[in-house]
Design a protein around this ligand. Structure first.
Ligand code: MN
Ligand code: MN
Length: 301
């Protein structure tokens, strides 16, 4: 692959990346907060979407990772472009529905918007969680082929809830890897791109892998990078990632985003897709096309 993706190839990868978020979220959600040893003792290696876990999920049920991504996607689609207040409003509407799970930092940021209209959380040394990173896919789609827009929108949406340089760096790096994957670039090219992040932020180095998969954005991204570069297909990337436990729905969602963009629709196991609500699959498919249509690269295609 040389990076000369056709229009239909890019659309296929975009859809796979968004569905990858949902599939990875649903696959990992039942394992959230477990250790690899606990997972193995209870289930062996988890290869199916079984639900359960501390949230007692139905098999195929998704959580905040997918729902917050949908909030951004719907807001950008409805506004016909990027309007941060619309995204904040979409998060607020979602929080009012009493979602099954909300991270503490996300809840605080959304409540500050609801009560005081604040669109940028102040810097906080404890805000280096993965909550801004997990909802990056719609940002990558609507900025496709513009690194400047990617950087600007990634940080705007992140700072609604998380204002921390490590979270910002992870959001931008993830967005760049998704852009390159959508264009059909190879793993060595992605690895080189990642090297520029690692040279500025040494803490994201994932070799040797430390086997931590917590919600700290550094641990989360090390886990995703490790398993994405170690494995050779979508299924094994996601299986290995979620069986690492910890924040498994979020590592699963981010791994699914990247692996979906890289390997495309044909790589996503049908038995996993079938577990996801049909209406959700349809909405994600429609939104991924519409977000790409709003991106600078596709306006003329
Ligand atoms: Mn979640
Ligand atoms: Mn999570």
């Amino acid at each position: 692959m040389t990076g000369t993706g056709t229009n239909s190839d890019i659309r296929n990868r975009a859809k796979a990346a968004f569905l990858g978020v949902a599939v990875g979220d649903a696959l990992g959600a039942g394992l959230e907060f477990m250790t690899p040893g606990e997972i193995n003792a209870k289930h062996g290696t988890v290869r199916e979407i079984i639900g359960g876990g501390w949230l007692r999920l139905k098999p195929g049920q998704v959580t905040d990772d997918t729902e917050m991504s949908l909030c951004i996607a719907r807001a950008v689609d409805a506004a016909g472009g990027w309007l941060l207040p619309e995204i904040a409003e979409s998060f607020a509407m979602w929080l009012r529905t009493k979602p099954i799970d909300v991270g503490d930092t996300c809840r605080r940021g959304i409540r500050n918007y609801m009560l005081k209209g604040i669109l940028e959380s102040p810097f906080n040394q404890w805000d280096a969680g993965n909550g801004a990173c997990m909802r990056m896919l719609p940002v990558a789609l609507c900025t496709f082929c513009s690194e400047d827009l990617l950087e600007s929108y990634a940080i705007q949406q992140a700072h609604l809830t998380h204002n921390h340089p490590l979270s910002d760096a992870a959001c931008i790096a993830l967005g760049r890897l998704v852009h390159l994957s959508l264009q059909g670039y190879s793993k060595p090219r992605l690895r080189r791109e990642l090297e520029s992040l690692l040279s500025c932020y040494e803490n994201f180095r994932f070799e040797p892998y430390r086997k931590l998969a917590t919600a700290y954005v550094v641990d989360t991204m090390q886990t995703v990078f490790h398993y994405f570069f170690k494995t050779r297909d979508f299924e094994s990337c996601l299986v290995e990632t979620v069986n690492q436990g910890g924040d498994a729905d979020t590592t699963g969602a981010i791994a699914g985003m990247l692996a979906g963009a890289y390997y495309g629709m044909e790589s996503i196991p049908k038995r996993w897709l079938k577990k996801i609500d049909r209406n959700l699959v349809d909405e994600i498919s429609t939104l991924s096309d519409r977000l790409l249509d709003l991106s600078p690269s596709m306006v003329s295609v």
